[in-house]
Design a binder for this molecule. Structure first.
Ligand SMILES: CC(C)(COP(=O)(O)OP(=O)(O)OC[C@H]1O[C@@H](n2cnc3c(N)ncnc32)[C@H](O)[C@@H]1OP(=O)(O)O)[C@@H](O)C(=O)NCCC(=O)NCCS
Length: 145
């Protein structure tokens, strides 16, 4: 069973391990996650299976807006609903905080993520041309909560 819970600093290496296991990650690494844990606007949740971190989501919320900055699930655990559970839990938390809109940037070639976000109500509101490696476009997406 997949369990969603508040991310713990003690699990930062596992969290960074999930990030590195996937392409398209933000590549914060242990150092980046540690500094995110200290950011007062940050909300980080983990998906655990048998006590092991199999996914995470990291968002920053300020007033009534939030930005989804990082999300990944271990390759062997994908397509089992972990990211959906993470997004559900994060959306609930953000709604309780009074957040009204969530934005994000995603590589337009990253179809699993683009499909996931569309399923959660995100709509494309813009594009940044050749944003990734000077080649692929970034889609700017926004969801109303
Ligand atoms: C994107 C990612 C987080 C999805 O995680 P997941 O746990 O497999 O997602 P879920 O099982 O909850 O799937 C939910 C929806 O996402 C979409 N999706 C997930 N994997 C997909 C795939 N391989 N191909 C197409 N759509 C996919 C589908 O719409 C799916 O709904 P469905 O099951 O009804 O078809 C995961 O593939 C990942 O870690 N990718 C690399 C990191 C990344 O891209 N992060 C986002 C950066 S912006």
């Amino acid at each position: 069973m997949i369990e969603i819970s508040e991310a713990k600093l003690s699990l930062v290496k596992e969290i960074a391990g999930v990030e590195f296991s996937q392409p398209y990650g933000a590549l914060w690494g242990v150092k980046g996650f540690k500094s995110e844990f200290e950011n007062k606007f940050a909300h980080i949740l983990t998906a655990l299976k048998d006590g092991k971190v199999i996914g995470f989501i990291s968002v920053r919320a300020v007033a009534d807006t939030a930005e989804l900055l990082n999300l990944a699930v271990l390759p062997v655990q994908t397509k089992k609903g972990a990211a959906s559970k993470l997004l559900d839990a994060m959306f609930n938390r953000l709604k309780n905080l009074g957040v009204k809109t969530v934005t994000l940037e995603v590589n337009e070639t990253n179809l699993p993520a683009v499909n996931l976000y569309k399923k959660f109500g995100f709509k494309v509101i813009g594009k940044r041309g050749k944003f990734y490696n000077g080649v692929q476009d970034a889609l700017l997406m926004k969801a109303d909560l």
